[in-house]
Design a binder for this molecule. Structure first.
Ligand SMILES: Cc1ncc(C[n+]2csc(CCOP(=O)(O)OP(=O)(O)O)c2C)c(N)n1
Length: 311
């Protein structure tokens, strides 16, 4: 893709992000009433809330933008470092019908939507982290640090491949992840594919500021340049900025996607890492907040219970 992304493309990306954000919240919280046909009740909420919200929006932003830019190129690979952001990965694989290819219950209608939401982090259902039962995933999510090294391994000897790797700013504090930046030095030559690291700078590692968020932009740029990359900043979640960043033709790009942890949710930053509203199954104020949060995505505009996604 070249030139400026058109308005329709940008709108499509925004809608996809909105739909995936909704699906993330629905997976984390709901056991029923997945389209809010009735006012949300205590019985609609899962009894044990277990999963990670904070990283999801940024994953959805990256996924939607990369998908739009690279299309269905079979030689493009998306690698997700923070496997705890599984609700976002699952949402994207569901929307694209990738899950349906291996799981006949993940149909693109209300039955399929109910199936993925109810079974997220549920006994005998889907786990809370990416795992080998997820299409295209080969390793168990949950241990941070290996995404970049895996991507370089795939690119080695495969000049046809391009791999975009989303790395959490907490993840980049692991010795494995930061040292994997040195692998770029082994990848020169025409026989190897391209690896595009994307640092998801959402500011927090669980609930405390990440080291990289404590660095000034200049200091972070110098660090990244020191590894031989060209830093390209994407400030915020506007697809126009992301698409423009992807179009830049530079040597060894290293993208820095700066979002707010938990963005589009009720509380951001350090409170958002896992479950931002802890007791909506027995606290009415939280139940109301959850309903308001879910409704903020206007999901009905993006999904038809029979016809599926309208994006
Ligand atoms: C090797 C390793 N150490 C610690 C953890 C525990 N852990 C789970 S999520 C997380 C924070 C990750 O922060 P970041 O990579 O920035 O992800 P995000 O903030 O986007 O959730 C940590 C430390 C882990 N999963 N793996």
């Amino acid at each position: 893709m070249s030139g400026q992304a058109n308005i329709a493309t940008i709108e499509r990306i925004k809608k996809r992000i909105r739909a995936c954000d909704y699906l993330c919240v629905a997976q984390l919280y709901l056991r029923d009433n997945f389209l809010l046909k009735n006012p949300l009740s205590y019985d609609d909420i899962k009894p044990r809330l277990l999963g990670h919200w904070g990283t999801c929006h940024g994953i959805n932003v990256a996924y939607a933008n990369l998908k739009s830019y690279f299309g269905d190129n079979p030689n493009f690979v998306f690698v997700l470092g923070p496997g705890h952001g599984f609700p976002a990965l699952q949402a994207n694989l569901f929307i694209d019908g990738e899950l349906l290819k291996i799981d006949s219950e993940a149909t693109l209608d209300y039955a399929g939507l109910s199936y993925i939401c109810k079974n997220f982090s549920w006994p005998d259902g889907f786990p809370s982290h990416a795992s080998p039962i997820t299409p295209t995933v080969i390793t168990e999510g949950g241990e941070l640090g290996y995404a970049l090294a895996n991507a370089y391994g795939v690119a080695l000897g495969h000049s046809e491949k391009t791999l975009a790797v989303l790395i959490g700013d907490g993840e980049l504090e692991t010795a494995t992840a930061i040292d994997s930046l040195n692998l770029r030095n082994l990848m020169d030559g025409p026989n190897n594919g391209k690896v595009l690291p994307i640092l998801h700078l959402n500011g927090y590692k669980i609930s405390a500021p990440s080291i990289y968020a404590r660095k000034s932009e200049r200091e972070l740029n110098e660090l990244i340049r020191g590894f031989g990359f060209t830093p390209i900043w994407i400030h915020g979640n506007n697809p126009e900025d992301f698409q423009e960043a992807l179009r830049k033709k530079v040597e060894a790009p290293f993208y820095i996607l700066q979002t707010e942890k938990g963005e589009t949710g009720p509380n951001r930053y350090h409170l958002a890492h896992q479950i931002p509203l802890k007791n909506p199954s027995n606290n009415f104020k939280e139940l109301e907040e959850l309903e308001k949060w879910l409704k903020s995505y206007n999901f009905g505009e993006l999904f038809d219970p029979v016809g599926g996604f309208k994006i």
